[in-house]
Design a protein around this ligand. Structure first.
Ligand SMILES: [Zn+2]
Length: 472
């Protein structure tokens, strides 16, 4: 085991404007349990997010929202003024950085997605998510506004990379634009970037020329584009310069034999072809090589696929839902359990094996939860579940934690600020009872969530929305 002895106390840290703690409004302060300039975590097991082995008996000093010092107890002096927090029996992890999150949720029985910016942002923070990208926006300005409100300290929640409304071709969603030409796509990207969106997501019916124009325009503004694709294959999107592809390989239509250009053959047909893939076979490995060569990240969203798969445990967090939403999901869960012919019985483990093979071939895997589907993916709770499912896929707990922290920060271009526990980084930290490096389910025991050095109380955040999630 490698022990890092590097210890230094930094007396003055250059704070970038971005990292400076905002003044917290009363609406945010209500959920705060620790807010002081200097904090000393003692007797901590540090799981730093890089994949390095845990370090026991650590002292971590936080000053003005930054990690100022870290090391063995004997090596790090605790400043007189520090608030001491004894972490005996607990682990300190970086805040989660997850990239397929949503601030909307499916309505009961209608093809409409409601706006849950208020309850979801609290649940995400309570579950340990301190940074997130939304993976598609159904409610326009609301998403951009809450990202700003959180940044200014007016509302509690994670830092948000807020996507614009979806980039899609002609489609049947009442909440999506239908982009028909490259010119329209260029205007759309610039309009939403001007409004404050900071990234983009393409969807299932977009044409290659429209997607290419959108990527080109977004890149000019130093923004990234991801996609849940169907009409465009992964290989075509990679050639067009896309940065990220969602849903592991389960949205790939590259392997549909008679795939017509610019047409979605149906997600089901794509998934049947993916279900037949050999993770080590030439067909799949050829695509992986292309994605790795072009630096295209893949987002794992096993949490949503798990809710389509028979024989799986009930997802965590259902008790925060309003009763009619909870009942509706439980009926769906029962129906899924009885579907003995579901493709997902083999597709879920196949999707896991493909993600593992992608990483073993050098690919950047990031994680998200996708709280859509039938309503069983509950923000915060499902982010912890995502880490567990990565371990089920064959990653070690330390690798899974890295995928959910440092990899996300790396993709977002924020790894110098967040994503791991290191001196000089922002103090986005989770206090977790137990040792998730040894027993990954301990990731569910998040006791405190620090964002920019301010400690939030998960119980208070959850309590403020419990029983009413589904309405707002
Ligand atoms: Zn999604």
């Amino acid at each position: 085991m490698q022990i890092r002895a590097a210890v230094c106390l930094i007396s003055s840290i250059a704070l970038t404007a971005e990292a400076q703690r905002p003044t917290l409004a009363p609406a945010t302060r209500r959920y705060v349990s620790v807010d002081t300039t200097v904090i000393a975590f003692t007797n901590a097991r540090v799981i730093d997010g890089t994949g390095a082995p845990p370090r026991e008996g650590q002292t971590v000093i936080v000053t003005d929202g930054r990690i100022a010092a870290m090391g063995n107890a004997a090596e790090v002096a605790v400043p007189e003024a520090a608030l001491r927090i004894d972490l005996t029996g607990k682990s300190l992890l970086p805040g989660l950085v997850m990239v397929h999150e949503h601030l909307y949720y499916p309505a009961l029985g209608a093809p409409i997605y409601g706006n849950y910016t208020e309850s979801f942002t609290r649940l995400y923070l309570a579950g340990g998510v301190t940074s997130m990208r939304t993976g598609g926006n159904m409610n326009g300005y609301s998403e951009l506004n809450i990202a700003k409100a959180i940044e200014h300290g007016d509302k509690p929640g994670p830092w948000i990379d807020a996507t614009a409304p979806y980039l899609n071709g002609p489609n049947s969603f009442s909440q999506m634009q239908s982009l028909r030409t490259p010119d329209e796509a260029r205007r759309f990207v610039n309009f939403w970037a001007d409004q404050g969106a900071s990234s983009f997501k393409a969807y299932m019916q977009i044409r290659r020329d429209v997607l290419g124009a959108a990527i080109d325009e977004a890149h000019k503004r130093r923004m990234k584009v991801t996609g849940h694709l169907c009409s465009v294959t992964y290989r075509e999107a990679a050639e067009l310069g896309i940065d990220n592809l969602e849903h592991g390989f389960l949205a790939a239509t590259d392997f549909v034999a008679d795939k017509a250009p610019d047409e979605c053959p149906g997600q089901g047909r794509g998934q049947m072809s993916v279900n037949a893939l050999d993770p080590q076979g030439a067909e799949f490995q050829g695509l992986v090589r292309e994605l790795v060569r072009r630096g295209v990240a893949i987002t794992s969203t096993m949490t949503v696929f798990e809710t389509f798969t028979p024989g799986r445990p009930e997802p965590p967090g259902l008790d925060v839902l309003a009763p009619q939403f909870r009942d509706a999901y439980q009926r769906l869960y029962t129906a899924v359990s009885k579907n003995a012919r579901s493709l997902y019985s083999t597709l879920l483990p196949k999707g896991m094996a493909l993600e593992l093979a992608f990483v073993r071939a050098g690919g950047l895997l990031v994680a998200g939860t996708d709280p859509t589907g039938g309503g069983g993916v509950i923000p915060g709770y499902s982010n912890q579940r995502a880490i567990e499912l990565l371990v089920e896929a064959g990653f070690t707990p330390l690798e899974a934690i890295r995928i959910g922290t440092l990899n996300g920060a790396t993709y977002l271009g924020r790894a110098d600020l967040v994503g791991s526990i290191a001196i000089g980084k922002q103090a986005d930290l989770l206090v977790v009872k137990g040792n998730p490096a040894a027993q990954v389910s301990d990731i569910r025991n998040v006791e405190m969530v620090f964002k920019q050095g301010v400690g939030y109380d998960p119980a208070r955040l959850i309590g403020s929305v419990k029983g009413s999630v589904g309405f707002w």
